[in-house]
Design a protein around this ligand. Sequence first.
Ligand code: PLP
Length: 515
Amino acid sequence: MSLPGATVQALPTGAVPGPAATERAHLFTAGSVAHYRRVLADGIDRVADRVAATDRPFTGATPQDLAPRIAGIDLDRPLGDAGAALDELHDVYLRDAVYFHHPRYLAHLNCPVVIPALLGEAVLSAVNSSMDTWDQSAGGTLIERRLIDWTVDRIGLGPAADGVFSSGGTQSNLQAMLLAREEALARAGIGQSRPETLSGLRILTSAAGHFSVQKAAKLLGLGPEAVITVGTDADRRMRTDELAREIDRCRRAGLRVMAVVATAGTTDFGSIDPLPAIADSCAVAGVWLHVDAAYGCGLLVSPTRRHLLDGIERADSVTVDYHKSFFQPVSSSALVVRDRRVLRHATWHADYLNPARAVEQRIPNQVDKSLQTTRRFDALKLWLTLRIMGPNAVGALFDEVVDRADAAWQLLTEDPRFEVVTRSPLSTVVFRYLPTGPGRQLVDEANLYAREALATSGAALVAGTTVDGAHHLKLTLLNPETTEDDIAHVLDLLAEHAGWYVRTRTAGELSCPVG
Ligand SMILES: *Cc1c(COP(=O)(O)O)cnc(C)c1O
């Protein structure tokens, strides 16, 4: 770029023309730290005020309420000022967001987050390290490695174990299936995966396993028949007799079982598959065992319930979601493996980033183990959590919600208005409202209605799922602030909504002219 000499001389030395100076004030640099402090403090105040004011988890806002407000904003006309943008954000987001912080948020696997992790989040996004290579993260790489080592020690995977942080359980499971697929093909003497070699591969998981296994299979080029679901027992745990039968059946049919995916904490029921017996079957058959502990990983730090994960130490790979049961903000997950060498299946050398010579120079990098390239330093949140609170404190919080879920199960078994499905070793309760008399045929609709009516009121949020084809309600407890009174109150609300539905529908039907 060449400017006429006169113009350059008209500007003070080192200065840039007008508008750029204002634009630059928004860049976080040595010159703008005062602005950074002010804006962030204002943002923190707004969130703190909003959370302090939550008297219910949700306002019940509908897409019809919010869509015009968001669509009406002209993104090409900036407000220029953080205060004004935060005012606007209150209207389009903060006021009507779903607050997991509230004790009557009982729906999905979302946890309230610990403050040390929020501190980590603020630090990691401001410093903005990228975890792919040493020259973009330095100490961050080593901190992530320490946390992986800490996690594999907790699991008991042995001295050759390793792993990497990821964006979530879906990605961790995908990577596990990639590694399992490549190992299965390598063991069969097939160097390169081709469509014809993929068609004979099978993955066995339970009927209560997570759908990300099916998604991973699809992404890895396997056919729709590749994931075989093994039946579950009355407690929604994988049936090991059926597993052994399926492994055998596959072998006789000339199919290659590339992995068994056991679930330690099923999303719907909180059930934990019998890990020792599954590990036995895998050992006998020489099959990769992946344990999806996205939910149950909180037991790794539980002062009283670690034994529920016995057998996990025999896995070839394990998924952990710190953002499910370690009270970490999204995203925070890891895939760990027993034998670090298998991570090479995720390695690709690029001259600009991670040339093979960097390996020779022993410069640590994480990109060689990851499906991602640019990657957040999510590990910092767990680091500060462990350094400030320690693992026992996290585990004690998780224990508390598990205790509370058991109390909820007890409440439900004693309540004739409801039918409860299983007793979870984790923090999930699946149940349904049971109408009596002629209303019984409306059971499905009544439960669907109750869940929606409750969400519309915003008084509480519960989840729904189907059990053997029938609609059910689900509580997932992850907030230690949820009391038994909260749960009893929510059950009353659900029964009121469902009862109202059944009464009006049966009355409506009775008053219908016959014929
Ligand atoms: C939530 C969950 C997943 C998916 O994890 P994300 O972090 O949501 O991608 C996988 N498996 C199980 C058992 C889960 O509960």
